[in-house]
Each structure stands twice: as structure tokens, then as C-alpha cells.
Design a protein around this ligand. Structure first.
Ligand code: NAP
Length: 520
């Protein structure tokens, strides 16, 4: 099967031999993808003219209804997706649900936001400022849809959620999307898009898909377009530095890799609920999607006095995890998405091992079949006794089931160690002490896009360290790329232009009559 691209209103088969896509359990080729021969400039022009005008004629409420339609089509075809996610991504049922049902729920969430904005097409911010001595001239900010395309380049680990969360936000903002899934796991994105296109409910030009490497895509973007990129820091930097991106002033949002941390508070003792929850979250980081989540916990900082008990509890959790072919329902840890990822993860674990002791994992715990034919990596727990004097544990992201536990001697020191990730997507803190929460909120804020504090009141009701909620922004400073996605209405800012309107009350009355008032 050769995956086709959907551009200029039709399915297009790329020319020449494509990149092989494999089943990561068996190594067997299941599809190939190439975008060679796709005329990217024509595809962009078509989306700009057809898609922009179609969405521009719709209110927020109507765009929300389109998102609801998409989610209904995906729900109707839901039974086909688990199998694809298993075959192409090595997903267990739970892994697939996080990706597929996560995609459906983010579409539904933005559909509801659309409904709440009613029949308007503009947004205006609450509050105005008087700009003249007499109260006759005022300033207020409003937002309009940009007449360009949202180019969405995604990583391999979330072929469903990654594509639809970006499409949901852009569509509601009135901007057509051109999605480019990562080649190695593009089967699911391709199938979902085909289901939606074939249902015939989405106006021409609104949804576009490029399967394959996307040659020429970056050269085809123009000043009103945007690029939302999720992937490695290296590719993110290449995109930022691309000549056409620099010259055209395209908006770029980068979601890159990250050394996310969890802190066990100084008030948390073994045997308590918070200790157990922190252990559970760490074990989840070593099993769900085989650790291939961008927000996954990579480093855990624990008070030195209880580090041994914490590590023992995590190791006991690892020992219960079944690694293997997700076709077996007992399996909790599937393979990484391909041999190349396995190789990179094992090299990374070896590098971390120079600074940390291996308590569980590495490649030796897997039977040779899993290791040789499949892209498996055993859940790996490392212990680094000297985090302050170490470097690699704070800088190298092993994109697989690998966590390093480390001690801190006082909480200030623990906070400083968390910041050594250089800017991360997510950090979590398990503590019931208000003073600890206060320190965490102050110190961790600038270094992280999201801080999850689990205290006794929230307990097990928390949404999970790694789970991205559409209500909250997703992205992080520094090394994590400096981008922001989602966050309810905040996500629309990438696709809309904020303009300061200066004028009389009469002028502002016209704006108010034509815009939904929001707080952004
Ligand atoms: P990657 O190698 O950087 O690839 C990301 C995407 O960029 C892929 O779709 C890739 O296409 C595309 N790409 C590469 N060169 C391109 C070019 N010249 N023009 C257009 N597209 C181009 O990253 P990955 O290996 O897929 O993902 C793993 C990394 O992503 C990890 O480091 C992880 O931390 C990070 N990640 C971050 C987030 C987040 O939200 N911050 C989420 C998930 C993953 P091809 O596949 O065709 O090469």
C-alpha cells in the first residue's frame, strides 16, 4: 500500500519508491509513503483560495459544527483504528485510546467552544482604554482570521491526536490546515483523513494532507501562513533557520523535546497516598506508549532519605509490567515505533549509564526474539546519586521507557535540579504542604509550560503528568521550543491577527456588534 496525499481537492500518489513503514513487532513492511511529485505551491494556493474562503464564510458556531461532524465520523469508524495503531505504531489498546480517543475529545472540546462563540467571526478582548483627555477616543484589541494556511508538521508518536488537535484549533480560528504526519507512523492519520474526506461534509480546501517527507513544503509557505511543528529540537531549529521561513515572516510554533521532571515533596513519606501516586505515575511513564510521549517523566527528584524506598517501589512496579506484542492483551509495554528508535534509545540509555546505575532494564532483560525482531526496549530505571555533578541526565532525552531517579538534599536544590532541563513541557510536584506548593509555583513557573501539583485534596483525581488537556496550554520554554498550543481559546492566537482598534464609541459599537467578547 502506498499512502496518498490529499491536496488540491484530490488524492495524489507520490512518484517513485516511498519510505517503508513497518510493523515494529515483526519488522514487516506494511506500507510506503512518498510525497515526491506533489506540487506543494499549487496545494498551498488551492487551500488558501478554497479553504480560507469556505471557513471565512462560516461563524465560529458553524466551524464548531464541522469539528463535531469530524469527531462523529471518527467515532463511526473507531473500530478500525486500534488495529492500525497496533500494526504501525506497536500500540497496546490503552496506548491507542490515548491517541485516538484523545483526538476525538479535543475535536469535541473545540466544537463546544465554537458553539459558545455563537454566530460571530471576530473576537474582541474585554475592556477598553480611554486614549484622549475627553472620553471620545478609545483603544481596544480584536482578532481576525489570517488568510493563510496552517501547516502542521507532526511527530511520529501521536499520529491521530497530533493531527486533529492542531486541525481543531486552526479550523475554529477560520484557517485551513495542511497536515504532514511523521512518515514512519502515517497510516493512521492517512486512514482517518480518508474517512473524513469520503464522508463529504467538510468544504473543499479546509483539510489537506501530505504523506511522505514533504519536500518543498517549507519553500511554499508565505507571510500569512503558519507552521506548527512538533518533533525533535534539531528539526525545529532547521525549520526556524530555513531561508524562506526567515524571509517570509511565517509564524512558527515549535513543540520540541524535553527533560520533564517530577518532584516528590520533602513532606512526602513512604506509605502515604502521595508517595504511592508518585510511584504510580513513574511506572506509567515506563509503560504507556513505551515511554514515547513528549511530556513523559524523564527525571524524578526524591528526598535523599527516601530515595531507596522510592526506587524499590518503582522497580517492583516495573517487575509486574509485561513487555511484548500488543496483540496479547496482557501486554502493558509495546515496542518503540521502529528499529531506529530502539537503537537510539539503547544508545541513550548507555550514555545515561555513565552517570547513573541501572536498577532495571537496558536490553538484557528482553528475550532475544523481542530484541532482535521487534523494536522493544525494556522499562529502564536508572539511579543517579550525584545529580548536581552530572550533566547528561539533565540534557539527553531518551525517547522510550526510561526514567532516572535522583536525590535532593533540600527542596531548593531539588527545584534547581528540575530547572537543569533547560526549559520543559511539564513538571509535576507531589506534596501536601502549602509552603512547598508556593516555592514550586514561584520557582518552576519560568522553566515549564505546565506544572501539575498533586496534593491530598486532588489525590488520584489528577489528570496525569503526561496527559495534555485541551483546556490548558501545551508547550514549554527554552529547550522545549518556546511554543504554545491548545489552552482553550488561547490556541486560536497562532491563527488570528490581533489588531488594536482606536476610535470613538461609535466605531467600537460596530466592533462589539460583530465580535464575540472574550478574555484571552
Ligand atoms: P523529527 O524527526 O524532528 O520529525 C518531526 C516531523 O518533522 C516529521 O513529520 C518529519 O517528517 C518532519 N520533517 C523533518 N524534516 C522536514 C522537512 N525538511 N520539511 C518538512 N518536514 C520535515 O521528530 P520525530 O522523530 O518524529 O519525533 C520525536 C521527537 O519529537 C522527540 O524528541 C519528542 O520529544 C518530540 N515530541 C515533542 C512533542 C511536543 O509536543 N513537544 C510531542 C511529540 C514528540 P518525516 O517523518 O517525514 O521525516
Amino acid at each position: 500500500m502506498k499512502l496518498e496525499s490529499f491536496v488540491s481537492g484530490q488524492w495524489h500518489t507520490g512518484s517513485g519508491e516511498g519510505t517503508p513503514l513497518v510493523n515494529p513487532v515483526t519488522g514487516e513492511k506494511i506500507a510506503e509513503a512518498t510525497s515526491s511529485g506533489v506540487d506543494m505551491s499549487a496545494a498551498m494556493e488551492y487551500a488558501r483560495s478554497e479553504g480560507s474562503s469556505a471557513l471565512g464564510s462560516l461563524s465560529f458556531e458553524q466551524r464548531g459544527a464541522l469539528l463535531k461532524d469530524i469527531s462523529s465520523i471518527l467515532i463511526a469508524n473507531r473500530q478500525n483504528y486500534d488495529e492500525i495503531a497496533r500494526e504501525n505504531c506497536g500500540n497496546t489498546k490503552l496506548d491507542a485510546a490515548i491517541d485516538i480517543d484523545g483526538a476525538i475529545s479535543v475535536l469535541r472540546y473545540y466544537a463546544r467552544i465554537g458553539a459558545s462563540l455563537k454566530d460571530q467571526k471576530l473576537l474582541c478582548e474585554s475592556g477598553e482604554d480611554q486614549l484622549s483627555k475627553e472620553p471620545v477616543f478609545f483603544g481596544r484589541h480584536y482578532w481576525t482570521s489570517r488568510p493563510g494556511i496552517a501547516v502542521q508538521i507532526n511527530a511520529f508518536n501521536f499520529p491521530a491526536w497530533g493531527m486533529w488537535e492542531k486541525i481543531a484549533v486552526a479550523t475554529l480560528a477560520g484557517v485551513p490546515s495542511l497536515a504532514k504526519p511523521a512518515t514512519s507512523t502515517a497510516v493512521l492519520a492517512n486512514r482517518m483523513m480518508r474517512d473524513v474526506v469520503e464522508a463529504g461534509v467538510i468544504p473543499a480546501g479546509v483539510l489537506n494532507l501530505v504523506c511522505g517527507r514533504g519536500e518543498g513544503l517549507l519553500d511554499a509557505v508565505g507571510s500569512m501562513d503558519s507552521i506548527a511543528f512538533t518533533g525533535s529540537a534539531d528539526t525545529g531549529q532547521m525549520i526556524r533557520a530555513h531561508k524562506n521561513i526567515l524571509q517570509s515572516g511565517v509564524r512558527v510554533n515549535i513543540e520540541a523535546d524535553s527533560l520533564n521532571a517530577t518532584l516528590v515533596g520533602p513532606d512526602v513519606a513512604p506509605g502515604t497516598m502521595l508517595f504511592d501516586l508518585a510511584v504510580r505515575e513513574t511506572v506509567k511513564a515506563l509503560s504507556i506508549k513505551a515511554g514515547q510521549l513528549c511530556t513523559n517523566i524523564r527525571r524524578v527528584f526524591v528526598p535523599r532519605a527516601i530515595l531507596g524506598e522510592f526506587a524499590d517501589a518503582v522497580a517492583a512496579g516495573i517487575d509486574k509490567l509485561v513487555v511484548g506484542d500488543p496483540v496479547d492483551e496482557q501486554v502493558r509495554v509495546g515496542p518503540l515505533v521502529n528499529k531506529q528508535q530502539q537503537q537510539q534509545a539503547l544508545i541513550g540509555i548507555a550514555e545515561l549509564s555513565a552517570e547513573a546505575k541501572m536498577l532495571r532494564g537496558g536490553s538484557e532483560r528482553l528475550d532475544s526474539n523481542l530484541h532482535e525482531t521487534g523494536a522493544f526496549v525494556a522499562p529502564t530505571l536508572l539511579l543517579c546519586e550525584d545529580p548536581a555533578g552530572s550533566r547528561v541526565v539533565h540534557e539527553l532525552e531518551v525517547f522510550g521507557p526510561c526514567v532516572t531517579a535522583m536525590p535532593y538534599d533540600n527542596f531548593d536544590g531539588g527545584l534547581a535540579l528540575a530547572a537543569r532541563g533547560g526549559g520543559s513541557l511539564a513538571v509535576s510536584l507531589f506534596s501536601d504542604a502549602a509552603a512547598v506548593h508556593g516555592q514550586g509555583i514561584n520557582y518552576l513557573g519560568p522553566w515549564h509550560g505546565r506544572l501539575m501539583i498533586v496534593d491530598e485534596d486532588a489525590g488520584k483525581n489528577h489528570s496525569g503528568h503526561s496527559i495534555v488537556m485541551p483546556q490548558c496550554t501545551h508547550g514549554g520554554p527554552g529547550r522545549a521550543g518556546g511554543g504554545e498550543e491548545l489552552g482553550g481559546l488561547r490556541g486560536l492566537r497562532l491563527h488570528m491577527q490581533r489588531t488594536a482598534l482606536q476610535g470613538s464609541s461609535k466605531v467600537h459599537g460596530v466592533l462589539s456588534a460583530n465580535a464575540a467578547e472574550v478574555t484571552l
